[in-house]
Ligand binder design. Structure first.
Ligand code: MN
Length: 332
């Protein structure tokens, strides 16, 4: 159950009904995310696995982290690792996560907060549950989305935006059967807090059983619907979807999502994230933590990382051998 909920959705501003001649998008494909483990071992679903990058553009990767109820001592995070050439959006639906980076940035996000990191020309960072959550255990559920940067912006300075849960814009569908949390972009005249280099929108919707959500969606954006939990259908064609499935929709100006009348008792409603952005339409060379335009640029990123040019781990965090950069700092 998402931490950000509303007792009575009828009190929220409504998304307008679609215009009479609206084009409701059709479903192009439905794929099922395989499950795996990230970093030191938190469970993830690879939401975009098996989908052509051209259909995802400007998005390149998304993990659903959890939902998992950790036992005491069990929560896991990543080790220090680099990124270059894109932005990571971490949306924490339930639980708490900490980050720290080689630029001295860092902080804690929890229960509906979003952290937006522009890796740009390069950054090292670590993402993990805070010590007290490791001790206590508890609920953990989130998303990490990778948004590509166009060639002209792959070298921008790294940047962080910490977006608090209370900043996300809460709306209801026309009949109040769906609760919408606008995290980035504009929906029906209401704009979420996330600021992006690549124009995009991200909405987390909870659709009640039997309810229909008609979401106005910019026709120049692509449209992806990922099911966090529950069952329902997507598109004017009503393609059935369930937990862990991604629907890629075709052209149009409205995204339609219906909640199935019968839901499993552990998932009382249909929870989806709706994503769209303006395609960048550039070649993509991605390997591991780097997303560039050419294979040479990916090789350069690995060389720069090994040479310490993507930054160094802050001194108080160093475990093991002292990095070369720190030694040079002391002698120079
Ligand atoms: Mn990372």
């Amino acid at each position: 159950m998402p931490a950000v909920t509303v007792e009575d959705t009828t009190t929220l501003p409504r998304v307008p009904l679609p215009a009479p001649r609206t084009v409701r998008r059709r479903t192009r494909s439905v794929t099922t995310a395989p499950s795996g483990f990230e970093g030191e071992g938190f469970p993830v679903r690879r939401a975009f696995a098996g989908v052509d990058l051209r259909a995802l553009d400007p998005f390149i990767h998304m993990d659903q982290m959890g939902e998992v109820e950790y036992a005491p001592g069990e929560p896991k995070g990543t080790s220090w690792h680099p990124h270059r050439g894109f932005e990571t959006v971490t949306y924490l639906i339930d639980g708490t996560f900490e980050h720290a980076d080689s630029h001295g940035g860092g902080g804690t996000i929890s229960n509906g907060d979003t952290q937006w990191m522009t890796a740009g020309g390069g950054v090292l960072h670590i993402e993990r549950p805070p010590e007290e959550l490791v001790v206590s255990g508890g609920l953990f559920h989130g998303l990490q989305l990778w948004v590509n940067l166009p060639r002209a912006q792959k070298w921008v300075e790294p940047r962080y935006q910490d977006l608090r849960a209370r900043e996300s814009v809460l709306l209801a569908s026309a009949d109040a059967g769906a609760l919408l949390r606008v995290i980035a972009g504009e929906v029906g005249g209401h704009t979420g807090p996330g600021s992006t280099y690549t124009p995009m929108a991200m909405v987390h919707a909870t659709v009640a059983p039997g309810a229909t959500l008609d979401l106005p969606w910019r026709p120049d954006f692509n449209a992806l619907v990922y099911v966090l939990s529950g069952a329902g259908s997507v598109g004017i064609d009503g393609a059935p979807v369930r937990t862990g499935q991604l629907a890629v929709l075709g052209p149009g100006d409205t995204v339609t999502v219906r909640g199935a009348v019968h839901q499993e008792s552990r998932t009382p409603a249909l929870d989806v994230v709706v994503l769209g952005g303006r395609p960048i339409n550039e070649p993509i060379a991605m390997y591991g933590p780097f997303v560039m335009n050419t294979a040479d640029e990916v090789r350069d990123a690995f060389a720069d990382f090994r040479a310490g040019r993507l930054g160094s781990i802050p001194a108080q965090r160093v475990e093991g051998p002292v990095p070369h950069a720190a030694v040079r700092g002391e002698t120079g």
